[in-house]
Design a protein around this ligand. Structure first.
Ligand code: SF4
Ligand code: SF4
Ligand code: FES
Length: 314
């Protein structure tokens, strides 16, 4: 093979000249259909996009053997059917779970066509680039440990609907994406989906936008995840850093309202007390005023600036 050959061309050559039983998916050969995602040298990518030269360039020259090897493996987080072909049912089921269509009312044909301003349409550009290849899903750490988490591809699509000016179901959508760790709060912000996405959809950033939308609309009582974010900011504003005692009581025990949550904290609290690690006092940080003014500036800036100016599309 030449350095300019794609990984897909290598696989085709193996299949056509050496082993006709090798199974892998492909279609467009041009980074459009999303069929050929697989793990190449340990990271999920499109076989028709990556080439031999780039893969070899990652092996330091003095370590490069005479005949270098490129390792190919099936996508992660999905059961293997044969060789590089994986069963993508959970991927599609999870996409379905976020209701990935403009709402029924929004789809009712009006007397005249739907009009969107260029600005409204441009909000959909980045997410609209998704080709459903599964690379992000394959690398998602949250998905690996939490089978209920719908995955980055589904939530990037969810944000595309939340941002769509034609959609009329934003409240029920946010309710759906706000549930436990199934939706946006399941993401551990490991950045892997952003790192591997071949279309620069940046799913983690899209998840962040849904979280922001939820946090703007809901108060602390709505769920533990919401309390977690809001209390964290409140406490940092108060003391410059987090007072762990208040954090547990306000988030887990829901300001003494959640008896079960409070009881769940007791074993940890007692262990900390026994080992002298329970802080009896809390000294605010010297620079609390600066920290507070920084947070307030960012909050003011966010409330006054259109979303696209805060988070420029890549
Ligand atoms: S978000 Fe990116 S990596 Fe994930 S399915 Fe879409 S194109 Fe593939
Ligand atoms: S950032 Fe979130 S959604 Fe993306 S791979 Fe990590 S855990 Fe999964
Ligand atoms: S074959 Fe279509 S994206 Fe690679």
């Amino acid at each position: 093979m030449e350095e300019g050959n794609t990984i897909l061309e290598c696989l085709n050559r193996i299949k056509w000249e050496q082993d006709g039983t090798l199974a892998f998916r492909k279609n467009c050969r041009n980074t459009i259909c999303g069929s050929c995602a697989m793990r190449i040298n340990g990271r999920s990518a499109l076989a028709c996009k990556e080439n031999v030269g780039n893969e070899l360039a990652q092996i330091p020259e003095h370590h490069r053997p005479e005949i270098p090897e490129i390792t190919i493996a099936p996508l992660g987080n999905l059961p293997v059917i044969k060789d590089l072909v994986v069963d993508m049912r959970s991927f599609w089921d999870n996409l379905e779970a976020v209701e990935p269509y403009v709402s029924t009312a929004g789809r009712t044909i009006p007397e005249r066509e739907f009009l969107q301003s260029p600005q409204e349409r441009s909000r959909l550009d980045q997410n609209g680039n998704c080709i459903m290849c599964g690379a992000c899903y394959s690398e998602c750490n949250a998905r690996e440990v939490d089978p209920t988490f719908v995955g980055p591809h589904a939530l990037a699509k969810a944000q595309r609907l939340v941002a769509d000016s034609r959609d009329t179901a934003i409240e029920s959508r946010l309710e759906n994406y706000n549930q436990g760790t199934k939706g946006v709060w399941g993401c551990t912000r490991c950045l892997m989906c952003n790192a591997v996405c071949p279309m620069d959809v940046a799913p983690m950033d899209q998840i962040g936008k849904i979280k922001q939308e939820i946090l703007t609309r809901k108060d602390k009582q709505a769920s533990r995840s919401i309390r977690h974010r809001k209390v964290l900011i409140d406490l940092v504003k108060q003391g410059g850093w987090v007072d762990e005692r208040k954090f547990g009581i306000q988030v887990v025990a829901n300001f003494f309202r959640d008896i079960k949550g409070m009881l769940s904290l007791s074993p940890l609290g007692l262990r900390m007390l026994a080992r002298g690690k329970f802080p009896l006092g809390f000294d605010a940080s010297e620079d609390t005023a600066q920290v507070r003014s920084l947070i307030e500036s960012v909050q003011t800036l966010k409330s006054e600036t259109p979303e696209e100016e805060i988070l420029p599309k890549s």
